[in-house]
Design a protein around this ligand. Structure first.
Ligand code: SDX
Length: 434
């Protein structure tokens, strides 16, 4: 990975000491240039302060590019709109993992290899017995995916590219199986094994909705919509969960532990957990006539409530994934003849919010989570499974970013600094003197 070097620098001057220093600007293929401040402390004796890393580049990456102002999302340079329309999730996985679209032979071998690694060690079934039946599927997935580290001692030399690739294949292949097992466990049904001849999304639907008594007939409209959802969620640059995977990976931790950490971070309602909260929020609103009051609540600076499915750290324009998912939601519900009154509430909420000065001024638009739940609900998934499906789609992005991190010679253990605002040094006082 080379930055498009230039001679441009930014010079800083300390008004107090008069000390100056210049820091080089690095240009990427596209997007915002970065200022290399690695020598800042040595040159100027200060650290940067950037809570939430809103203006901090943590790495160089070739995987995904986002232009938040223009609403652009590229996977290895290919626009998400084109991939959603013309590609499929397995091809997108190959693209993210290997950097190029596969030939037909490469595609067929990749699909074969993934579909022949989708089973989990039978001992893993016992993990589930320890959970309560009403455990949240994301809690189960954190535990079970992290536990994979206990089963794969044959591919843990993270400095061996082949070991890293084996771990990536296993994680992409097994995530749907584990998610389906988490779902089956919570509804008290027996686990359903994957079928190697089925497509990725089709197999997941089979594992979730078939029973020993009756095969689930996968509707191609549903499996295509789910495949598209996995594609739209596959990666997203340095989002919170990908950054979590990278941070864990920077310590040399086991890849399965790193992805388990990513699942934990994704679960948060400000991140991947929002898709579940959108439906809960719409249920709470109930009807179109109550939308305005919920919007007022979201605008109230004294109220911590935020409209779930709205806003984004990077997109200050429409999230291109939301545009694709919104159309897919309407298409799937129309095709299946499903009338979901909450969809009308969502459309009204979007209309009101997009006309409201508060949202316009802050450039808050619907994000990927706003409409995805309608499709997942129409497929028959409970709200509690929504973020688990997000995790299935995102696993390939996590492992692709993890692999890039481990192979990046510039990377070292991630260890941010701080501004200390606690007590100055003080001596211990015995309890009798306090
Ligand atoms: C995902 O990073 C990624 O790429 C994530 C993701 C991915 O694919 O990995 O895209 C997936 O996580 C999408 C986001 C899902 N989360 C939600 O839908 C939760 C609701 N959204 C907000 O919590 C918020 O918009 C965030 C967390 C998504 C972004 O927060 P930021 O960038 O820290 O923005 P902010 O909180 O600084 O907001 C700026 C202003 C604030 O108002 P002021 O203090 O300036 O007055 O906008 C307001 C916020 O109060 N605001 C909202 C709002 N989101 C931001 N007000 C009401 N409702 C909202 N949803």
């Amino acid at each position: 990975m080379t930055d498009k070097g230039s001679n441009r620098t930014i010079t800083m001057k300390d008004d107090e000491s008069g000390k100056t220093a210049s820091f080089p600007i690095m240009n990427g293929t596209a997007g915002v240039p970065v200022m290399d401040i690695r020598s800042l402390y040595k040159e100027m004796g200060v650290f940067t302060y950037d809570p939430g890393y809103t203006a901090t580049g943590s790495c160089k990456s070739e995987v995904t590019f986002i232009d938040g102002d223009e609403g652009i999302l590229l996977y290895r340079g290919y626009p998400i709109e084109q991939l959603a329309e013309k590609s499929d999730y397995m091809e997108v996985c190959y693209l993210l993992m290997f950097g190029e679209l596969p030939t037909k032979a490469q595609y067929d071998k990749f699909v074969y290899d993934i579909s022949h690694h989708n089973m989990v060690h039978d001992q893993i079934n016992n993990f589930f017995r320890g959970f309560r039946r009403d455990a949240h599927p994301m809690a189960v997935m954190c535990g079970v995916v992290g536990g994979l580290a206990a089963f794969y001692h044959d591919s843990l030399d993270i400095n061996d590219p082949r070991h890293r690739m084996v771990a990536q294949y296993r994680l992409v292949a097994k995530m749907p199986t584990i998610a389906a097992m988490a779902y089956k466990y919570t509804i008290g049904q027996p686990f359903v094994y994957p079928r190697n001849h089925m497509g990725y999304a089709e197999n997941f639907l089979h594992m979730c909705f078939s029973t020993p008594c009756e095969e689930y007939k996968v509707d191609p409209v549903i499996s295509k919509a789910l495949d598209t959802i996995f594609t739209l969620h596959a990666d997203h640059e340095q989002n919170a969960s990908a950054s979590t995977v990278r941070l864990a990976g920077s310590t040399g931790a086991n890849p399965y532990a790193c992805i388990s950490a990513g699942i934990a971070a994704l679960w948060g309602p400000s991140h991947g957990g929002a898709n579940e909260q959108v439906l809960n929020m719409l249920e709470e609103i109930g009807t179109k006539d109550k939308v305005a009051s919920m919007v007022q609540k979201a605008k109230d600076p004294d109220d911590p409530f935020r409209l779930f499915g709205f806003g984004h750290r990077v997109y200050k324009n429409f999230d291109p994934r939301a545009t694709v998912i919104s159309k897919a939601a309407h298409d799937v519900l129309n095709t299946l003849g499903i009338h979901d009154p909450l969809l009308e509430v969502a459309v009204e909420l979007e209309r009101i919010a997009l006309e409201d000065e508060y949202f316009i001024k802050r450039r808050l638009y619907p994000n990927v989570d706003f409409y995805s739940g309608f499709i997942l609900k129409a497929m028959g998934f409970p709200v509690s499974m929504f973020t688990a499906l997000f995790a299935i789609g995102r696993t390939v992005g996590w492992v692709s970013q993890w692999n890039e991190l481990i192979g990046d010679p510039e990377q070292k253990i991630n260890r941010p600094r701080q501004l200390y605002t606690g007590s100055a040094a003080r001596d211990y006082v015995n309890i009798g003197q306090r």
